[in-house]
Ligand binder design. Structure first.
Ligand code: ATP
Ligand code: MG
Ligand code: FE
Length: 356
C-alpha cells in the first residue's frame, strides 16, 4: 500500500511517499527559511504563495524518486490542519484534485497526528499502542496517551508558550536568526550550563502542565544585565551567548524531565506500565534533550522512542504515514472536508468511531 503525503502547514513545502512495509520511497522537503528571513518569522501570505509555486514540482519529483506514477498510489494524504490556513488550503486542494482525478481515497491528516505516529513508521513494533507521547514543536507542547489511531488523551500541556517558541524567542533575544532551536543547541555545546541561574517553571507541581513564559522573562533579564536595557545583543560575547544558551537548555530539560515523570505516573496508573515514551515534533531533534529523556526512561525501566532528526521537524513522510495508517483502517475523508486552522488532537475521528 503506497500513500502520497503533502505537508504545507507552515514554512516547509513537502511531499513524500511511504509504503505499508515501512519503506520511505520518497522524501522531498523544501524549506522557505530564506524567504522569511528578512521578517524574523514566518509570514503567512508569503508561505502560502511559495507552497503554490513549488508543490506541484515536489510531487512530481517524489513520484520520480519512488519510480512510480499516480496510478500506483493507494491514497492521497495532506495536512488539513492545524496550521497557517492559506498554506493548508494549498496542500489540501492539491491533494483533493489528485484524489478526484485519479479516483483515489483522500485523507485529511492532522499535522500533530503526523508527528505523533512517525515513531510507528521508524521504530516498528516497539511503538505498539498505547504509548506516552511528548509532543514538543514550534506551536505545541503536550503530553498525551496515544491509545490508537485518532485516539488521544491529553494528560497535560503548556499554559503559555510552546517549547519550540521558547527556544526561538530566546534565540531572537540573543540576536540569533529564526528558527533558534538548532542554533541554541549548537552554541550551548561550548557553554557552561551552570553559569546562569534560571527558573524551572511548574517543576514539582502536581499534574503535567508546562509553562515557559517565566523562563523567557528570566532570560531577558540576564541579557539586560549584560548589555543594558535596549542594548544590542550583538554586544554579548560569544562566551556569554554560549553560557546563556546552555543554561537555558538545561532549564528546559529539567522542566521536561520533571513533567514527563508525572506523566509516566499517570500513564502507569491507566495502563500498568510507564511507557514507552515517544518524543516527537521539531524540538525532539535536540540531542541533548533526547539524552536526558533516555536517562529517564532507562531509570523507569521503559524505552525512549525517537524518530530520526530529519523526521522530527516538519516533513511529508509523517503525513504520508499517518494517512496510510488511517487508510488501512478505512478512516478516509470526503472531498468536502474543510481545512481547520485549529484542530486539537483529542477531537479526531479514529478507531473508536469505526465501532459506532
Ligand atoms: P507545530 O508542529 O506545532 O505546528 P511547527 O510545525 O512550526 O509547529 P516543527 O517543525 O515541528 O514546528 O518544529 C519547529 C520548532 O522546533 C522550532 O521552534 C525550532 O526552533 C524547534 N527546533 C528544531 N530543531 C531544534 C533543536 N535541535 N533544538 C531545539 N529546538 C529545535
Ligand atoms: Mg518549519
Ligand atoms: Fe510540526
Amino acid at each position: 500500500m503506497k500513500v502520497l503525503g503533502i505537508e504545507t502547514s507552515c514554512d516547509e513545502t513537502a511531499a513524500a511517499i511511504v509504503d505499508g512495509d515501512h519503506t520511505i520511497l520518497a522524501n522531498k522537503v523544501l524549506t522557505q527559511l530564506e524567504e522569511h528571513k528578512p521578517y524574523g518569522g514566518v509570514v503567512p501570505e508569503i508561505a502560502a504563495r511559495s507552497h503554490m509555486d513549488h508543490l506541484d514540482r515536489l510531487i512530481r519529483e517524489a513520484l520520480d524518486d519512488a519510480k512510480i506514477g499516480f496510478d500506483d498510489l493507494d491514497g492521497i494524504a495532506a495536512t488539513a490542519g492545524p496550521g497557517l490556513i492559506g498554506g493548508v488550503f494549498v496542500g489540501v486542494m492539491t491533494a483533493k484534485a489528485i484524489a478526484a482525478s485519479r479516483k483515489l481515497p483522500f485523507l485529511a491528516v492532522n499535522h500533530l497526528e503526523g508527528h505523533a505516529l512517525t515513531a510507528r513508521l521508524t521504530e516498528g513494533a516497539a511503538a505498539e499502542f498505547p504509548y506516552l507521547l511528548l509532543l514538543v514543536s514550534g506551536g505545541h507542547c503536550q503530553l498525551l496517551a496515544v491509545e490508537d489511531v485518532g485516539c488521544y488523551t491529553r494528560l497535560g500541556g503548556t499554559i503559555d508558550d510552546a517549547v519550540g517558541e521558547a527556544f526561538d524567542k530566546t534565540a531572537k533575544m540573543m540576536g540569533l536568526p529564526y528558527p533558534g532551536g538548532p542554533l541554541i543547541e549548537q552554541i550551548a555545546k561550548q557553554g557552561n550550563e551552570d553559569r546562569f541561574d534560571l527558573p524551572r517553571p511548574l517543576k514539582g507541581r502536581s499534574g503535567c502542565d508546562f509553562s515557559f513564559s517565566g523562563l523567557k522573562t528570566a532570560v531577558r533579564k540576564k541579557i539586560i544585565e549584560i548589555i543594558g536595557e535596549g542594548g544590542n545583543p550583538d554586544h554579548m560575547s560569544a562566551l556569554d551567548k554560549a553560557d546563556l544558551a546552555a543554561s537555558f537548555q538545561k532549564a528546559v530539560g529539567d522542566v521536561l524531565i520533571d513533567r514527563c515523570k508525572r506523566a509516566m505516573d499517570m500513564f502507569e496508573e491507566k495502563f500498568g506500565r510507564p511507557g514507552p515514551l515517544v518524543v516527537a515534533g521539531g524540538v525532539a531533534a535536540n540531542l541533548t534533550l533526547r539524552a536526558k529523556l533516555k536517562e529517564l526512561t532507562d531509570t523507569r525501566g521503559t524505552k525512549l522512542l525517537a524518530p530520526p532528526v530529519n523526521l522530527c521537524t516538519d516533513n511529508g513522510v509523517m503525513i504520508a504515514w499517518a494517512g496510510l495508517e488511517r487508510l488501512r483502517l478505512g478512516l478516509t475523508d470526503s472531498l468536502d472536508f474543510a481545512p481547520r486552522p485549529r484542530w486539537p488532537l483529542d477531537q479526531l475521528t479514529g478507531v473508536k468511531d469505526l465501532h459506532k
